[in-house]
Design a protein around this ligand. Sequence first.
Ligand code: G4P
Length: 197
Amino acid sequence: MRLLEEKIKKDGRVLNENVLKVDSFLNHQIDPNLMNELGKEFSQLFAGEGITKIVTIESSGIAPAVMAGLYMNVPVIFARKRKSVTLTDDLLTASVHSFTKNETSELAIAKKYLNENDKVLIIDDFLANGQAALALVEMVQQANSSVAGIGIVIEKSFQPGAQILKEQGLRVESLARIASLSNGEVTFITEDMEELI
Ligand code: G4P
């Protein structure tokens, strides 16, 4: 998505070869107009899938997910992160290890918000190793709901997440795909590059 790529080029900061900082519009301060466009794009990409709910993870997935929910006219559920989940009776749970932050969190969604008739779109801000998305898929499956697809704002295509998810037969749509963060520069995957992959 051209608008997002331009925003990343203009306001993103490459911290190192693995990490892109986008605190000024996505991870801390939020650009509502950009979120609106991201939500519209997700709703167009997944139109016709019969989506009934959107599931994301706190905190940075919430803004793009809510805008998508507005365009698709469906509720948005965010998985909560807790240090440990002890009472799990009414909860769907999964644990997720972040390689980027080197920490493990327990995720929880109240069972009452998902059921077997739901077709779920999972949305998240970053796709790196795919662990967060896989944990969300696991919770959706615990509810016997189906996963219609995964919408990602920024995919770091040089990390294995996208491939892992696609190998599981999941539809992944990323609005910006980063081929590399080498030499302090963001290089996106263009359509010509895609033909070579
Ligand atoms: P994975 O879920 O794809 O396996 O990714 P990973 O464990 O490596 O990343 C976990 C956390 O780090 C997520 O945030 C994710 O959004 C964030 N992250 C991963 N790569 C980058 C990056 O290059 N830049 C930035 N800014 N964040 C990155 P989180 O722990 O869920 O935090 P929150 O911001 O959503 O609260």
